[in-house]
Design a protein around this ligand. Structure first.
Ligand code: SAM
Ligand code: SF4
Length: 326
């Protein structure tokens, strides 16, 4: 089988596909409140271009794609794109990261289009705090999550970015909420990506502390979840619930990194924590052949650095998470 192997011997079989850099929320660690400096529509890869690039990745061994952003549901007709990608014969897993604000309207059609599982951001269950943290309405997100549950996505993973003295008092409540609804819960350490990520990192909290705290209230046993990501899981005994810990700061997982990111303007970013990138859009629009596109993707993969430098060099990444595709 064809495989993309980078210069450090890692097999790259997973693409995070950002379908837009726009978003209807402004999470405090991600995007500034007044931010409007988005890519113009003429710079967005069209659905034809996206399908062509992802099909090329699948010929080179990619088996999993996650659609993300920005908020992917802000991109019009996302369901059509999902149906086109899930029809690619070699793609085994198409998933979606969303803030769930628009999930109530789209859950069933996205499921029918071939998205099997979703990750949804939820940093607080307190409507006032949620509003302060994101600018949005908690109620809409909860409606979206219930619609996703109804539509049958499995699993539904809740992503909670933890910040000291902001939402770390809610971890037990969030576990209870996930037990009640059958959701997987993942805690994420704040990363110094862009100005907002760096500012939020002032409230960084090491997830080892949270693990110890949760073990006092819940019986936690080793767990596993499918998905190919970096989370390490513990299962809450006597439930079906897994709790994942994503620790890019306290215990990085670069040695097993299996992914690259494709941004909405057609740039391949080979690492969330570095600037190495390769612009595909000019080549696509200049009429590059399929063979040349394959060679170009191989060249881009060779740019993948060994590891991020969030701890040694936190000033390094200027892009917001929503720009690269989280
Ligand atoms: N809008 C969608 C959402 O919120 O799930 C998808 C894009 S968002 C950029 C993807 C993930 O990145 C979310 O789980 C979000 O919490 C996370 N994220 C954004 N900025 C972050 C940061 N500075 N540190 C850690 N996680 C971050
Ligand atoms: Fe939007 Fe997701 Fe960034 Fe929040 S984390 S501002 S929902 S892109």
């Amino acid at each position: 089988m064809t495989q993309l192997i980078d210069q450090f011997g890692r097999s790259i079989d997973y693409v995070r596909l950002s379908v837009t850099d726009r978003c209807d929320l402004r999470c405090s660690y991600c995007m500034p409140k007044q931010f409007r400096d988005f890519h113009e529509p003429e710079d967005w890869l069209s659905f034809d271009e996206i399908e062509r690039v992802i099909a090329t990745f699948t010929r080179l061994g990619t088996r999993r794609v996650r659609m993300t952003g920005g908020e992917p549901l802000v991109r019009k007709n996302l369901t059509q794109l999902a149906a086109r990608l899930s029809a690619l014969p070699q793609l085994e897993d198409l998933s979606l990261s969303t803030n769930a604000t628009r999930m109530a309207q789209h859950a069933q059609e996205l499921k029918d289009a071939g998205i099997s599982r979703i990750n949804a951001s939820l940093d607080s269950l307190d409507p006032i705090k949620f509003k302060q943290l994101t600018g949005g309405k908690l109620e809409k997100v909860l409606e979206g999550l219930m619609a996703a549950k109804q539509a049958g996505f499995k699993p539904i993973k809740i992503n909670m970015v933890l910040m000291k003295n902001i939402n770390d008092n809610e971890v037990e409540n969030m576990v209870d909420f996930c037990i009640e609804h059958g959701f997987t819960l993942r805690f994420i350490e704040t990363m110094p990506v862009g100005d907002m990520g760096r500012k939020a990192s002032e409230n960084y909290i090491d997830l080892q502390l949270i693990k110890t705290r949760l073990a006092k209230r819940f019986d936690l046993i080793p767990g596993v979840m499918p998905g190919g990501g970096p989370a390490r899981y513990l299962k809450v005994a006597d439930t079906d619930i897994n709790i994942g810990f994503i620790t890019p700061m306290s215990q990085h997982f670069c040695a097993t990194c299996n992914r690259v990111r494709l941004s909405v303007d057609g740039t391949i970013y080979t690492c969330l924590g570095q600037e190495h990138h390769f612009e595909l859009r000019p080549l696509l629009r200049a009429g590059i052949s399929d063979h040349e596109l394959e060679q170009t993707i191989r060249t881009a993969i060779n740019l993948k650095p060994e590891k991020h430098e969030f701890n040694e060099n936190p000033e390094k990444v200027l892009r917001f998470m929503s720009y690269t595709g989280g």
